[in-house]
Design a binder for this molecule. Structure first.
Ligand code: ATP
Ligand code: TZE
Ligand code: MG
Length: 277
């Protein structure tokens, strides 16, 4: 497959998505019980192959046959955390991208400690809501309410930059504006809709899509992440426009439909990715 040279643009967004579809990457997801269904469906609709596998006995072999790994801290247990660490280390050994979703970081000491242990396993990308990113960076008063954020994404941008520098990774904070940074550059994505916060595991699924997009532009994980954020957010916007009712249930279905149906003209007209720093 030819190497893609991404630009922070809507054109590039379509181009990368087509490369993802052509590759149909197998994304190995060690996620949570809540997100399994919607995450697998989001990946399928967007043109990828999902596989949910979390057995301690199997995860290393699964990383071996996958294009990328997604690790999500949602419904954690000691066995699952051990499996996540093994899988993450294997991904690094094999040079495969892996993406961390620190769900509910800051909610309990065990959860925060587990997220920090995974962060030490050298993720390619970390994507969380603002409260999760603040807690991961050790900021006081992150405001996490269970797995939900009470902070605005802009308020977590400095924390995201700190994390990116300290852990040599890309950090994305989702919210009204999504921010992606490597610690120096900042790219903003202005797609999405507030109703997404009423669909459980929308963010979890988005993180899995980021893992898929990075497989098609492994040298440009920052821009690949921004492109995944734009595609996901735009699918929600377009879905809501065409949904029978403006509620979370209809949006959940319409989001999947749009990830399957969205065309080039819609992506080129609607993706809002901009370099901010
Ligand atoms: N106020 C908002 N306006 C527009 N889009 C939003 C808003 N808040 C979140 N989003 C979008 O919702 C999606 C999920 O992000 P969110 O920050 O809600 O994730 P999350 O809290 O991790 O979700 P979950 O834990 O349920 O998986 C992203 O595409 C994001 O851009
Ligand atoms: C609601 C919930 N609880 C643990 S994981 C999860 C899915 C959203 O993060
Ligand atoms: Mg989340």
């Amino acid at each position: 497959m030819p190497t893609i040279d991404l630009k922070p643009s809507a054109e590039s967004c379509w181009e990368l998505w087509q490369a993802v579809r052509a590759k149909r990457p197998l994304v190995h997801c060690i996620t949570n019980f809540v997100s399994m269904d919607i995450m697998a469906n989001v990946l399928l609709a967007a043109g990828c192959s999902p596989a949910m596998a979390h057995s301690l006995d199997e995860v290393e072999a699964f990383v071996g046959i996958s294009s990328a790994l997604l690790v999500n801290m949602g419904t954690l247990s000691p066995e699952w955390v051990a499996a996540k660490k093994l899988a993450a280390r294997r991904a690094v050994e094999l040079g495969k991208p892996w993406v961390l979703d620190p769900v509910g970081c800051g909610a309990t000491p065990v959860r925060t400690a587990s997220c920090l242990q995974l962060l030490d396993c050298r993720p390619t990308v970390v994507r969380g809501n603002a409260s999760e990113i603040l807690a991961l960076a050790g900021a006081a008063g992150s405001g996490v309410r269970g797995v939900d954020s009470t902070a605005a994404s802009r308020d977590a941008l400095e924390a995201a930059k700190q994390l990116a520098v300290a852990h040599k990774c890309i950090v994305a904070v989702s919210g009204e504006v999504d921010y992606v940074t490597d610690g120096t550059a900042v790219v903003g994505v202005r797609n999405g809709h507030e109703l997404l916060t009423l669909i459980t595991a929308a963010g979890c699924s988005l993180t899995a899509l980021i893992a898929a997009f990075v497989t098609a532009a492994p040298q440009q994980p920052l821009l690949a992440t921004a492109h995944a954020l734009a595609v996901f957010g735009l699918a929600a916007e377009e879905g809501l426009r065409l949904a029978p009712r403006p509620g979370p249930g209809s949006l959940r279905v319409a989001l999947l439909d749009m990830l399957h149906l969205m065309d080039q003209a819609t992506v080129k007209a609607g993706a809002r990715i901009e370099v901010m720093a």
